[in-house]
Design a protein around this ligand. Structure first.
Ligand code: HEC
Length: 230
């Protein structure tokens, strides 16, 4: 898959357990360093097109489970073609500088309320399903602008605008409407979500109801933020 962006074209690598082309030789600690620290087993910085800015909030237990699961998948050989970063990011060391400015290892953006359902939703939205990575606008260096997180943004693939999912736009959606959309793709105005959101729903559709309800509660609690002008 090629992920287009103003910062170049990035091609997610083979993460099957193939020992040569995939991650078959990785330990669980290697996986944790990639997800939480954005560094490879060779101590290279990953481009933030790999959303470790969100995964950094993952718990050690979940990373262990994820590792165990990944290692049961079929080994598939073959490598993705190389990335084509824009001139600014062509030097990997610049990514280290970027991380210094915009990345706080282990720090989640989750706002907690004390309600266990809401707070479970905070973890799922901010860390695992990384909704903000698509539903936000970015600065000239490609970092999410914190004050307009979730308020929508230009589609990184350059095809339109990803909608605002704060109460500014979703005021008429109930928690039930959000949970239903995450299960079936159906929106309350009798439409359906398309483009990359359809891929997201392929995954959220197989979550337990309790996790979709938790995501819905957290999204419904996001304060209204004005949609920025692209
Ligand atoms: C890979 C990028 C991506 C991710 C990740 C993503 N979304 Fe979306 N989302 C989109 C796009 C693009 C649309 C617009 C779809 C369309 O126009 O049909 C959308 C649409 C929506 C809508 C409908 C808004 C409206 O005005 O109709 C909601 C609600 C939504 N997303 C919530 C979420 C939640 C909650 C998550 C995290 C669980 C999430 N999205 C993760 C890309 C993404």
């Amino acid at each position: 898959m090629a992920l287009g962006s103003p910062f170049g074209t990035f091609r997610p690598p083979n993460i099957s357990p193939d020992p040569v082309d995939g991650i078959g030789r990785w330990t669980a600690v290697d996986l944790a360093n990639a997800l939480v620290g954005g560094v490879s087993p060779e101590h290279e910085h990953y481009y933030p097109a790999f959303p470790y800015t969100s995964f950094t909030g993952m718990t050690a237990d979940d990373i262990r489970d994820l590792y165990a699961y990944l290692m049961t998948l079929p080994k598939i050989s073959g490598r993705a073609p190389p990335h084509h970063p824009s001139i600014l990011f062509r030097i990997r060391r610049f990514v280290g500088f970027w991380k210094l400015l915009f990345f706080r290892e282990g720090q989640s953006e989750a706002r907690l309320s004390g309600d266990p359902i809401h707070d479970r939703g905070a973890y799922l939205v901010e860390s695992l399903s990384h909704c903000a990575e698509c539903h936000s606008s970015r600065n000239v260096f490609g970092a999410i602008k914190p004050d307009i997180r979730f308020a929508g943004g230009v589609d990184p693939q350059g095809t339109g605008f990803v909608p605002n999912i704060t109460q500014q736009n979703l005021g008429k959606w109930s928690e039930r409407d959000i949970a239903t959309m995450l299960k079936t793709g159906d929106t309350p105005d009798h439409g359906r979500v398309g483009s990359s959101m359809a891929d997201v729903v392929t995954n959220t559709a197989v979550l337990p109801d309790s996790d979709r309800d938790a995501i819905a509660r957290y999204i419904k609690a996001l304060p209204a933020v004005q949609t920025p002008h692209p």
